[in-house]
Design a protein. Structure first.
Lengths: 224, 224
DNA sequence: GTCTATAGGTGGATAGAC
DNA sequence: GTCTATCCACCTATAGAC
């Protein structure tokens, strides 16, 4: 037999779920709506994925594994091409570029998944969080280790917080906030992903390179 | 008659809702759970707030109005104390400080609301978004105008994106991401709000001051 | 203002025919 | 593998007694 048809029910369900999760959120996308969107039967999700949770995990795994593999591959290329002295912007682009690129890709579902992922960082539902946490662990550890070498002036605590702030900016941007479409007043083009990525990398490179924060030793020091 | 008791049913409902919204999210907090938490009756929400949506709006209005008033007051103080030449960090602290301070305040509910607000920026539910959008509009316009004066080298487009990235970092931090508690490995103390605020302001001041991003004119230029 | 009881709807999951 | 029919838990909202 040939390879499985790319439009079989299981794939249709994955793509339909991705679209609806992006539009309405995971919790508010019912199995009935998903199966209707996929042109399949209500029982098909339980047949193919065991439960709604199984479907959610499948959607994340399907996109996050290639995404994180690409991040790590790009990081390796940064390390190779500049032996012992990796470039900060190269590393940041390896972390951020692949995620934002998903907002652009033509393949159906990709643009949507960037939104799902961006929102998942803020999702209060334990199961969604733990999926992202597991998938992201290796990426986090490897990038943190490299950044510690590039930015030796930062204490582990300060590096931790800067990484945290960086994730926030990235997630908010990947989520494609409503603010962009409603507040932009014609001044920006959210579909111009490459320019957006350049601006975010530029923004974060300056932020990560900032001098270490002085400890707030109650000395009431004046800034400026 | 004296002033209304501070522990009347309406206030109890507001505080109970805030706690549960922070812990489980708005959509997953049922009126049954909220009224049980408040020690009130299931019908009390509809009596006092008309509907669940009315309760949600009341929770947001109750916290966001004072929060945004404080932001604007602090911004005015930045402008006064340095006539014609406001300090960037002072302005950033006016925007960010009051929000992060909510994570610390002893008054019950405040810490929780920082989480709700942080997540609301990524919430796919239209009604939640529009509440935040309306409440945030004036703050956004005034801060953007002041930042345009402090950072004249930025085009409106670049300023727009930098403001966007900044909101992401702030919201993610205020939401008190699970990453902090699970990945910190004893290296940070999330309850140390003042140090966290200093670090975020320092991080963002460097980011906002970064040189304007070069336009990606297909010239395949090498960085570094 | 507060309560009980219930209406009216939607959710995930499954049994069993085909 | 796919479908229909159905179960049961849970939701918001309201009617009406107190």
């Amino acid at each position: 037999m040939p390879v499985a048809s790319p439009t079989d029910t299981k794939s249709e369900l994955l793509e339909a779920a991705e679209r609806l999760f992006a539009e309405h959120g995971i919790a508010r996308s019912s199995l009935r709506a998903i199966t209707r969107e996929a042109g399949a039967n209500v029982a098909s999700v339980n047949y193919h994925f065991g439960s709604k949770e199984g479907l959610v995990k499948a959607v994340f795994a399907h996109r996050l594994e290639p995404l994180n593999r690409e991040r790590l591959a790009l990081l390796d290329r940064c390390l190779e091409s500049a032996k012992g002295d990796p470039d900060l912007k190269c590393v940041l682009r390896a972390l951020i570029g692949p995620a934002l690129q998903m907002m652009r890709d033509r393949e159906p579902g990709h643009k949507c998944f960037a939104q799902i992922m961006g929102r998942a960082f803020a999702d209060p539902e334990e199961r969604v969080r733990s999926i992202l946490l597991d998938e992201f662990r290796e990426v986090r550890e490897r990038f943190t280790a490299v950044l510690a070498v590039i930015l030796p002036q930062l204490s582990p605590e300060e590096l931790f917080w800067r990484f945290h702030f960086m994730i926030g900016a990235m997630a908010h941007t990947a989520a494609g906030s409503f603010f962009v479409t409603r507040h932009s007043a014609g001044v920006v083009d959210p579909s111009e992903v490459e320019g957006m990525t350049l601006k975010l990398v530029n923004f974060l490179a300056a932020a990560m390179s900032a001098p270490a924060t002085r400890s707030p030793r109650k000395t009431k020091k004046r800034k400026k």
